[in-house]
Design a protein around this ligand. Sequence first.
Ligand SMILES: Nc1ncnc2c1ncn2[C@@H]1O[C@H](COP(=O)(O)OP(=O)(O)OP(=O)(O)O)[C@@H](O)[C@H]1O
Length: 240
Amino acid sequence: MNILETKGVTKRFGGLVAVNDVSLHVEAGEILGLIGPNGAGKTTFQNTVAGLDPPTSGEVYFLGNKVTGFSPQVMCSLGLSRTFQIPRPFPKLTVLENVLVSTVFGNTEPVADKVKHARDKLDFVEFPLGHNVLCETLNTVQLKRLDLARALASSPKLCLLDELASGLSEVELEDIIAIIRKIRDTGVTILMVEHIMQVIMNLCDRLAVISFGNKIAEGPTGEVTKNPKVIEAYLGVEED
Ligand SMILES: Nc1ncnc2c1ncn2[C@@H]1O[C@H](COP(=O)(O)OP(=O)(O)OP(=O)(O)O)[C@@H](O)[C@H]1O
């Protein structure tokens, strides 16, 4: 079953076509990697799906229903959550309070013990500090863990991850790979934008590749990474 499907999604910013006629699907239970060179349109595509920036044309289906142009709040309440390339929690709230915001306002289902729910999510992502720390004091790694806990606190069916592994050390990469795998094992489907091959090869069942806004490949990870079009998009073509 497809949890997410896009049909001909296009996003223009004035004269710039950031995403061009992209049709792809995410199967329930899988980890789909959305990859491509810098500026290819990956984040823009995620924004069109999550409701942050509606597509200029094309359609988005979530859990079999047409959701094109739905607001992020509605998409979240339907079961789609996300993390951001640059996490922006409420800086003057504590870590726990930030996760509580998602628990209370973004949840797909009523939660009886909200504080326990929020603490469980922080433990799940192995948040390394106390829960009463103010968010304005967190470093990049801690912010990324918090962002993930916030995304999970709304009890999503599909989670969009945007470069969650960027800026992490070798050890931190191993940790985040294990955590993402653990999320999938709880039944959450994942669509992840990622550049780091170690993460992609370890986690992604399938890949979709975007280059200059166009989807140039989609399929099992092992096949797509050998596709000459994909290699050319990343490495360029040698001049004669
Ligand atoms: N709000 C916006 N207004 C105008 N142009 C935008 C906007 N958002 C993105 N773009 C442009 O759309 C193109 C695609 O950007 P996008 O951030 O989606 O790429 P990306 O594949 O996620 O890149 P990266 O891997 O570097 O994060 C870029 O040329 C970018 O400058």
